[in-house]
Design a protein around this ligand. Structure first.
Ligand code: KIV
Length: 291
């Protein structure tokens, strides 16, 4: 049943599990505003993540650590205004779920009440109990393992995961813990491709890769990286457009045209009705300016 205000064919977490069973690749991208969500949805992506990456690509922070729940709420509202058919996942920012299950429930609940279809949080075994509590309260959870940017300070930077066998086992154990806790999907970030492939083979829930090779059930990238708005994206990104250069050229041409007077042209503004200009001039001819 489609509820009031919901798009026909709306994708929900169980569709992702079904897609894995059918061997259909899942396509996800991040979005942070109305037009980004509209573009992504118009091309038919399966999932939109309102990621805490907004801290870096929207706010210009050096990391995602400063992002607040209010930031995610604000951008999730903008994305939801596009009424996407795609599954909308709202990211739980740093320190919105670590202090305890009650706080995690309150914060995740706020995102779901807004209209998000699921939440995502970073971590493996250490967050499994929290994931269980959220899922048993009716909140679908997407996990996020491998490189966890919210933990870059303790992980010693943004380092590739699963390079050695011991670390690879840890990634696999994290994935299994999340599946057991009830997560409906798991993102595997910046992890050796063989490890992502093994996790994908062993889990029933879909894996979504970012920088972890081609063997996951789906892929996700950051909007600004895909369209080339971020001129310095990570090594695993493929730029499908050159938005930074295109936007720069557009704004530079606009500046030149305003300065030279060639913008706006006659087709870009309206004029007064015939005879009204004369009346207007008469009306103001004896008028003194208010001081
Ligand atoms: O915040 C984000 O954009 C993410 C993706 C990198 C998966 O977590």
């Amino acid at each position: 049943m489609v509820s009031v205000g919901e798009r026909q064919g709306k994708l929900l977490p169980y569709h992702f599990i079904k897609m894995k069973k059918q061997g259909k690749k899942i396509v996800m991208i991040t979005a942070y505003d109305y037009f980004q969500a509209r573009i992504a949805d118009e091309v038919g992506v399966d999932g939109i993540l309102v990621g805490d990456s907004l801290g870096m690509v929207v706010m210009g922070y050096k990391s995602t650590l400063a992002v607040t729940l209010d930031d995610i709420v604000h951008h999730t509202k903008a994305v939801l205004n596009a009424v996407p058919r795609a599954l909308v996942v709202a990211d739980m920012p740093f320190m919105s779920y670590e202090a305890g299950k009650d706080e995690a429930l309150r914060n995740a609940g706020r995102l779901i009440k807004l209209g998000a279809d699921a939440v995502k949080l970073e971590g493996g075994i250490e967050v499994a109990d929290t994931v269980k509590a959220l899922v048993s309260s009716g909140i679908p959870v997407m996990g996020h393992i491998g490189l966890n940017p919210q933990r870059h300070l303790v992980m010693g930077g943004y380092r590739l995961r699963g390079k050695c066998a011991k670390d690879a086992v840890e990634v696999l154990e994290d994935a299994e813990a999340l599946e057991e806790a009830g997560a409906f999907a798991v993102i595997i970030e910046f992890t050796a491709a063989e490890v992502a492939a093994e996790v994908t083979k062993r889990l029933k829930i879909p894996t979504i890769c970012i920088g972890s090779g081609p063997h996951c059930d789906g892929q996700i990238l950051v909007f600004h990286d895909v369209v080339g708005l971020n001129p310095e994206p990570p090594m695993f990104v493929k730029k499908y457009a050159q938005a930074y250069e295109d936007f720069k050229n557009a704004i530079s041409t606009y500046k030149i045209e305003v300065e030279s007077g060639s913008f706006p042209t006659k087709d870009k503004y309206h004029r007064m009705k015939e005879g009204e200009l004369q009346k207007f001039k008469e009306l103001i001819s004896h008028r003194r300016r208010r001081t």
